[in-house]
Design a protein around this ligand. Structure first.
Ligand SMILES: NC(=O)c1ccc[n+]([C@@H]2O[C@H](COP(=O)([O-])OP(=O)(O)OC[C@H]3O[C@@H](n4cnc5c(N)ncnc54)[C@H](O)[C@@H]3O)[C@@H](O)[C@H]2O)c1
Length: 221
């Protein structure tokens, strides 16, 4: 069965995002390598402070389910990567979980899929680490599939700002990716540019100033 989105990494970032996507009417699959997390979620038990067991039950009623079977990623129109990036010994982000998640997506990448990296990392990761792995099977970013980076800004425990109303910056490869990511009802004008733009010294012309908080950072509509 096709799903609108697969959220990869069901922790403090991925689970609230999965909840908002489910509330927005999307069919959402959660993928995690931790069998205990997956089993607990499918049993209606939350392991993050911002979501209660009732919230998980509501998600399940809305069609959400979790899996450790990476082949199910192939069913999704959108894949959002929310895996950990702890500090490595040299002070930079440890990208092993990101690389593992991207490899899982790459093995299941389908033409037309939108892949979004949300994990915290350094500028250039999408270009230099994610894109080559995804293209290894022959599909080309911006042509055969869509690729974006939207660093997560959630503040767990914050009663005022959560996954629904925290503005997000999204960097993508093509205008087509912009159209894919904008929900049809969105009031947001989240800044949009090529993934490597933050490295540029001048404000790129394609940046716009946010005028409202964003809803979901992507949509399949
Ligand atoms: N938690 C925050 O406050 C916060 C805020 C902003 C940004 N971030 C960033 O968001 C990212 C995710 O953080 P988090 O707090 O949600 O982490 P977390 O530890 O709460 O959850 C991560 C989940 O990813 C799973 N995972 C690990 N490797 C995987 C893989 N290869 N494939 C599938 N699942 C995998 C883990 O089992 C875990 O359930 C990190 O880059 C973090 O820096 C976190």
């Amino acid at each position: 069965m096709a799903v609108d989105a697969v959220i990869i990494g069901l922790g403090y970032v991925g689970l609230p995002l999965a909840e908002e996507a489910t509330k927005a009417g999307m069919t959402v699959l959660g993928f995690d390598i931790n069998q205990g997390v997956v089993d607990a979620l499918n049993a209606g038990e939350s392991h993050v402070d911002d979501l209660s067991n009732d919230d998980i039950s509501d998600m399940i009623k809305g069609g959400f389910r979790a899996t450790t079977d990476e082949s199910e990623i192939a069913q999704a129109k959108v894949a959002v990567i929310c895996v950990p990036t702890p500090l490595s010994e040299d002070g930079g982000p440890d990208l092993r979980a990101v690389e593992g998640a991207v490899d899982a997506v790459a093995r299941n990448l389908q033409p037309g899929m939108l892949v979004i990296l949300e994990s915290t990392t350094y500028p250039g990761t999408t270009d230099e680490v994610v894109k080559p792995k995804l293209e290894a099977g022959g599909l080309v970013a911006g042509k055969d599939f869509h690729l974006a980076f939207s660093p997560e800004r959630i503040d767990p425990g914050n009663a005022k700002f959560g996954a629904k109303n925290t503005p997000k910056v999204v960097g993508g490869y093509t205008p087509k990716t912009l159209r894919l990511r904008l929900p049809s009802t969105a009031t947001s004008s989240t800044p949009w540019c090529a993934p490597r733009a933050p490295r540029r010294p001048k404000r790129p012309s394609c940046w716009r100033t946010p005028t409202a908080t964003s809803t979901l950072p992507w949509s399949t509509k």
